[in-house]
Write a protein that binds this ligand. Sequence first.
Ligand code: OAD
Length: 272
Amino acid sequence: MHEYDLGKHMNMNNTAIPQVLITTLQQATHVVVFTGAGVSAESGVPTFRDAQTGLWERFDAEQLATIEAFLNDKELVWGWYEWRRMQVMRAQPNPAHLSIAALASLVPKLTVITQNVDDLHERAGSAQVLHLHGSLLSPRCFDCGQACTPPIAIPDEPAGGRRLSPPICLHCGGTVRPGVVWFGEELPVRELRRANASAKDCDLLFSIGTSSLVYPAAEIPNLAKQAGAKIVQINPEKTPLDTDATWSFRGPAGVVLPDLLSAAYPEGGCAP
Ligand code: OAD
């Protein structure tokens, strides 16, 4: 694994981007971008496991992110996810999301797979994003599964949210739940199948802003590697993927990705 620390002093001449990576990107026929919470961190959306700011550092996942938690206290859980939805609605895509969207027109085929429940990839311009952990913007009925329109936004939610009654399903009268995947739940079958197939088919995979700790999603870069793809990791911190990554960039995605694109596509690959 080649490691590059790009966090503090970003070069404007792209000298830290290895030529072999630039060539690999330019010659790739299918690129997969696999993202986690870190890709949205520079948009102000908190990650889960970063020290102090991570959601699971401040809130108890067992009380908020399981079916049992929802059944035990629907108002607490619904209010917490609505608070997170409001955070996402206020956030804007950052240069990492924009670079990923720009990459789609620079390579023959790009598949974006995310563990994130925000819509910042889509708002940056990425199409057909595979959401492995669902979406904050797609609530559905707990009982019948019918998709429901999210309630009108409440602009000034207190940090951590407040108790809120979930809406009632117009279809069956059941209770609406957040459209995210909770601990202990299966990942959406169609998305996971497509993500796995893309991983096995690609020749270059970017793993960006994920701690690589949560399975089965964390298996995706390994599937790509086993199928012969090269792996690029972008993360300011060490992760378990370090040993399998071909290149690891220790820096923020919103800095590293635009620089990588401008190195590989000097005629105009840089995100706005
Ligand atoms: P984590 O919070 O576990 O990891 C976020 C990663 O992003 C960390 O490794 C950070 O070092 C890195 N990071 C922080 N800022 C960054 C930046 N500016 N650029 C690049 N990387 C940065 O989030 P995930 O790996 O996405 O699941 O977590 C996986 C799953 O665990 C989530 O989808 C969620 C959570 O529990 C469910 O809710 C089911």
